[in-house]
Design a protein around this ligand. Structure first.
Ligand code: ADP
Ligand code: MG
Ligand code: MG
Length: 198
């Protein structure tokens, strides 16, 4: 992997979320309460606001601090879950991760999200993107391919029935819409893939 420029990555992630905030909110309006775009934008702008301080830290501490910030600012169900993802990633990752360490840390972070959300793959949540991305990392797929896999995985939540989160209240009526958290996860995966590359 190329050397990580964390401040560049934070700016790119905040830009992506800001650019897609309305679209994410629209997805959440269909089968949730219509705040996902706003939630994510608030959180990632807060992270952007402290990008300099975060970037000065070693990567594990930076990721833990970003996770804590996301928990405090995103809110909703997704805040604690994305926060957990970053905090757990920070706990497991090394200061200069290679692909093997990143893959291992990402796997542990997904387990932490699933434990926190009492959720698993197939329930129409962010996990339905995170897991295929982990599989692709394990298979040694290239960054560009992983970004496409994440998009396809978000797309694949459309025919699913939601079994976790607000969308689950709709039962069968949740079928036919993309999960907002799956979409935001895919956007973040593409941003990381395009910023960090191989
Ligand atoms: P809220 O539903 O509280 O308004 P958001 O709209 O910000 O929160 O986030 C909703 C997203 O969070 C969903 O689209 C889904 O991807 C994710 N989510 C919700 N509950 C869970 C859970 N138990 N496990 C995993 N992901 C979840
Ligand atoms: Mg919502
Ligand atoms: Mg909400």
């Amino acid at each position: 992997m190329a050397a990580l420029n964390l401040s560049r990555l934070i700016a790119a992630a905040a830009d992506t979320i800001a650019a897609h905030a309305e679209a994410l909110t629209a997805l959440d309006q269909a089968i949730g309460d219509g705040d996902h775009g706003l939630n994510m934008k608030r959180g990632f702008e807060a992270v952007r606001g402290e990008a300099e301080a975060f970037s000065a830290k070693p990567l594990p501490e930076a990721l833990k601090a970003i996770g804590t910030k996301l928990v405090m600012t995103v809110g909703g169900a997704s805040g604690p879950l994305f926060g957990t993802l970053f905090m757990a990633l920070g706990k497991e990752i090394s200061a200069a991760p290679d692909r093997a360490n990143l893959t291992l840390a990402f796997g542990k972070a997904i387990e932490a999200v699933a434990a926190r959300g009492k959720s698993q793959v197939g329930q129409k949540t962010m996990l339905d993107v995170l897991q295929p991305v982990h599989d692709a990392l394990l298979q040694g797929k290239a960054a560009a391919e992983i970004a496409d896999i994440a998009d396809a995985a978000a797309e694949a939540t459309v025919p699913m029935k939601a079994l976790r989160g607000r969308a689950s209240f709709l039962g069968d009526r949740s079928i036919g819409h993309m999960d907002a958290g799956a979409r935001s996860t895919a956007l973040l995966v593409r941003t990381v893939a395009e910023t960090v590359g191989e």
